[in-house]
Design a protein around this ligand. Structure first.
Ligand code: PXL
Length: 284
């Protein structure tokens, strides 16, 4: 049987982020994705000016009731971009309704040290409640700082600072924490991870390019989630996700397309269907 994921994210028509990239990414990995849209947007909120946004807050509990009536189950509930504070409660209800389902929270709130336009301080605060209920979280460094109530670190992180970030986030609830885009004192940029049960810390360094593409965090979290659902260990899932994002970013950079269009996922998805060897990880 194929595994099934409920993906509670927005659907943005242009700019390759959220459900527009999560659906093909998890599908090509052999996982069924059932979209639960939190909002419909004409485009993501990073580079297209004033977007059209239809809030889907009321839809989520109605969809959940239907799934429960129809005896539809999920192996994983995975949340991302939320459009209102009430949606945090709706995500928690969703997670509580499917006992044993893996709870993945990508606490989408900002990037590059800044909150996204639609994220109020109150919504960011509520995101902490969702993180507390998660098994796995995948913040970038901006989101990790918001969750910890700290300012965005301008300087590189030492190994002990990086470990402290991971452990303190894990103390909020999730047993597995992965932080993306951490500039390390060694000069490396890495995705770093912590598995509390095994007291294991991991880092997967990657090469950066001088451009930033929206949606790459969504792709990273999807590949990581897919890998874990398929039985990858944490370091292998992190490596699979890092290598895929690096490939998609470098492919796109080579074509010189505008960053607001996101990465050229269509050119790269095939890699995910192949059996790769993902052993380039290191301990942190
Ligand atoms: O990729 C994160 C994301 C998701 N959804 C929407 C966004 C963004 C980032 O800009 O605007 C609508």
């Amino acid at each position: 049987m194929l595994k099934r994921v409920a993906a509670i994210h927005d659907l943005s028509g242009v700019g390759r982020c959220s459900l527009s990239v999560i659906l093909p990414t998890l599908s090509v990995m052999g996982i069924q994705v059932c979209p639960v849209p939190t909002a419909l947007l004409s485009a993501h909120t990073n580079g297209f000016g004033d977007v059209v946004l239809k809030d889907m807050t009321d839809y989520i509990p109605e969809a959940l009731s239907h799934y429960l009536r129809a005896d539809v189950g999920f192996d994983c509930v995975y949340s991302g971009f939320l459009a209102s504070e009430e949606q945090v409660s709706h995500c928690l209800e969703f997670m509580d309704s499917f006992k044993g389902a893996m709870r993945v929270v990508d606490p989408v709130m900002g990037d590059g040290g800044r909150r996204y336009k639609t994220y109020s301080e109150a919504l960011c605060k509520r995101m902490g409640d969702l993180v507390a209920a998660a098994d796995i979280i995948t913040p970038n460094l901006t989101e990790a700082s918001i969750l910890l109530g700290e300012s965005y670190p301008q300087s590189p992180r030492t190994v002990s600072e990086a470990k402290s970030f991971l452990v303190r986030l894990s103390q909020k609830g999730p047993g597995t924490v992965v932080i993306t885009g951490v500039v390390m004192a060694s000069g490396e940029v890495a995705n770093i991870g912590y598995d509390r049960e095994h007291s294991a810390f991991w880092r997967v360094p990657y090469e950066t390019i001088p451009k930033s593409y929206p949606g790459t965090g969504d792709i990273f979290a999807s590949v990581l989630t897919g890998g874990l659902i398929l039985g990858d260990s944490l370091p292998i899932a992190m490596t699979r996700a890092t290598v895929f994002c690096e490939t998609a970013i470098k492919t796109t950079f080579g074509y010189g397309t505008p960053p607001r269009e996101g990465v050229m996922l269509e050119k790269c998805l095939g890699i995910l269907a192949e059996k790769g060897s993902y052993l380039d990880y290191k301990t942190l």
